[in-house]
Design a protein around this ligand. Structure first.
Ligand SMILES: Cc1ncc(COP(=O)(O)O)c(C=O)c1O
Length: 392
């Protein structure tokens, strides 16, 4: 009887996904702060700045009017039109607003895109290292993530050759690309992205492009996959460039035949995205000056770290083209990035994320630093790390 009762409560096998380790680092950092100790936060990938004032004002005004109801499943038409206009302004692409779907962050878009493109058992390629929820969500939906190792010779991004080699071994149904990428911050040139998409589509592999860090590109301008192929499914978000992580709002640019599919799925799964967030997001496009100032702050932080960390002892990191991450090799100090991150927090007061979150194997040799905080914090981090490693 006891066992039968226990069975009633056992979770499904597919729900057995690993945790996002950065959350554990956050909790340890918060505990340290609660004890009154100083922490420089470089663990979580979110801007320190709030949403632009235009967004906050629009949300406040909407609250005053009282009723916040459901919206169309694919999003408020004026927001979809504003997002489409963004593609003309930022990339010179004329985009039909009918192809835009508003989602609960890019996280919500992953679920919708994987459900609309893949069957259980389908194999989907990802660059390793990469953003952990890609593989965890795919696994929970019964798909098989296929990690493809990247190397310095391809700027740590997926190469067409590596993709096709994996496809020849066992058929792939899809591939997820991200430029700028998390945790590496590396980017693909427009030509490299175009070649990867062409090769993938030629082989019958569906392309999903996670463009959440667009706008935060320092080395060169990021290209959207929407401009390169009408078949690519593009995912983006208001979380990073627009500084709206907690508002939980993002979007997809869908290949035209998938619009009704996503409409039906989203209507059933969530009805619609929170209305207040949609109102704020539309107004966020008018807060460009504030967002550009945040971007310039990140660019300055990037300079402080790329110049300061080598002096502090961390002199091996991947190209820092975009986003707000620096992925540093710590192999000369440790083979255990989880332990190294714990000691860095406890002994130096700097919170960073162990690489094993992003790469189950080689990640033990890496730490990810998020540089979306203030420039003063970045200088302090460099000094603390240098003192801790005996280079101060
Ligand atoms: C590469 C990448 N994609 C997607 C997300 C999810 O962001 P959100 O759901 O807030 O849009 C993140 C968050 O850090 C990320 O780094």
């Amino acid at each position: 009887m006891l066992n039968a009762a226990k069975d009633l409560l056992s979770p499904s096998r597919r729900s057995d996904v690993p945790p996002f380790i950065v959350m554990d680092v956050m909790a340890a950092a918060a505990a340290r702060e609660a004890r009154g100790e100083r922490v420089v936060h470089m663990e979580v990938g979110q801007p320190a700045a709030p949403a632009p004032l235009t967004a906050r004002r629009a949300a406040a005004a909407a609250l005053e009017t009282g009723r916040i109801g459901y919206t169309e499943s694919l999003g408020v038409p004026s927001l979809r039109a504003r997002i489409a206009r963004h593609y003309r302004d930022a990339y010179g692409l004329d985009l039909d607003p009918a192809r835009v779907a508003v989602t609960t962050g890019s996280s919500g878009a992953f679920i919708l895109s994987f459900l609309s493109l893949f069957e259980p058992g389908d194999r989907v390629a990802l660059a390793n290292p990469g953003y952990p929820p890609y593989r965890h969500i795919l696994t929970a939906l019964g798909c098989e993530p296929v990690l493809i190792e990247t190397s310095a010779s391809t700027r740590w991004v997926l190469s067409p050759d590596a993709l096709i080699a994996a496809h020849r071994k066992q058929k792939l149904k899809g591939v997820i690309v991200a430029s700028p990428a998390n945790p590496t911050g590396t980017m693909m040139s427009a030509a490299a992205l175009a070649e990867l998409i062409a090769v993938a589509e030629d082989a019958g592999i569906r392309v999903i492009s996670d463009e959440i860090y667009h706008g935060l590109d320092y080395a060169f301008a990021a290209e959207t996959a929407a401009k390169l192929s009408p078949r690519a499914l593009v995912i983006n978000s208001f979380s990073k460039y627009f500084c709206m992580t907690g508002w939980r709002i993002g979007w997809m640019v869908l290949p035209e035949p998938l619009v009704r599919t996503v409409d039906r799925l989203h209507g059933n799964l969530a009805i619609s995205v929170p209305t207040l967030a949609q109102i704020a997001a539309e107004a966020a496009f008018d807060g460009r000056d504030e967002m550009e100032a945040v971007k310039h702050g990140c660019e300055e932080n990037r300079r402080i770290l790329t110049e300061g960390l080598p002096r502090a002892g961390l002199d091996q990191f991947l190209p820092v083209d975009g986003a707000f991450y620096l992925y540093a090799n710590i192999a000369k100090f440790s083979n255990d990035s989880l332990d190294f991150a714990k000691r860095l927090l406890n002994e130096a007061g700097v919170a960073a994320t162990p690489g094993i979150d992003f790469d189950p194997v080689d990640g033990r040799h890496f730490l990810r630093f998020c540089y979306a905080g203030s420039t003063a914090e970045m200088r302090e981090a460099v000094e603390r790390i240098g003192n801790w490693l005996g280079r101060g």
